[in-house]
Design a binder for this molecule. Structure first.
Ligand code: SF4
Length: 223
């Protein structure tokens, strides 16, 4: 069993997780976003922790919450075996994905090894190719959205919004794309480099735009 593990944090209070989790970040991401904050993570070959260390940590830890993020963890060929071992160690597992492997995602959900799926939505469907690699098939992302929405698993969709990429039309189009979804988070951009943050008041307008389409909408404000 092999996972290309970019980093492992034993305890993270990252607000997007809503509770304390250990966080395992894997290498590899096919989306190759033009605005990627960690481009080094897109390629494999960054392994610096072994799988056994993580399984042993979860076995011994009182806090069994683990978030597996990336990159896209679904790029890891042995992910399902690893999830099974984490499950046997008693883990509560949150899995992040960008949605380019729908068949694998379905298999994972059906396995019952994962408790929560978080799918990152970059922008509206119409604008995806402004951000991601043009070789990605958008119908895979459509399928992943449908698989998640029609499953019984707890889930969320989320988007990090910035002024340069997400206006009211984009948010309205995301709402229509995800129509009928249970949960969606608008995540504030919290890195002070290339992009401009929205204010809380501006993000609240997005909430109103999304309301007709999504059952539960949250705004994650990181100040
Ligand atoms: S999905 Fe995330 S990790 Fe992957 S390329 Fe885009 S920003 Fe980078």
């Amino acid at each position: 069993m092999f996972l290309d593990i970019y980093s492992f944090t034993k305890e993270s209070n990252n607000l997007s997780l809503d509770k304390v989790f250990a966080v395992l970040c894997t290498s590899g991401c096919t989306l190759r976003c033009t605005n990627c904050g960690k481009p080094e993570i897109q390629k494999f070959g960054n392994k610096n922790t072994d799988e056994k260390t993580i399984i042993d940590f979860i076995k011994k830890s009182k806090n069994k919450n683990i978030c597996i993020t990336g990159g896209d963890p679904l790029e890891q060929p042995d992910l399902i075996d690893f999830l099974m071992m984490l499950r046997m160690a008693g883990a509560y597992i949150r899995l992040d994905t960008v949605g380019t492997y729908p068949e694998k995602l379905k298999k994972i959900i059906d396995s019952g090894y994962v408790d929560y799926i978080s799918m990152n939505i970059k922008t509206s469907r119409e604008r995806y190719y402004q951000i991601i690699d043009k070789n990605i098939n958008l119908s895979d992302i459509d399928k992943s959205i449908d698989i998640i929405k029609s499953s019984e698993i707890e889930y969320e969709f989320s988007t990090v919004v910035v002024k340069e990429l997400h206006d009211e039309k984009v948010i309205a189009d995301i709402g229509k794309w995800l129509d009928g979804a249970k949960r969606y988070y608008i995540n504030q951009y919290n890195r002070n480099n290339k992009f401009t943050q929205y204010t809380m008041e501006e993000l609240s307008k997005f909430y109103e735009i999304l309301k007709p389409h999504i059952e539960q909408i949250g705004i994650r404000w990181f100040s």
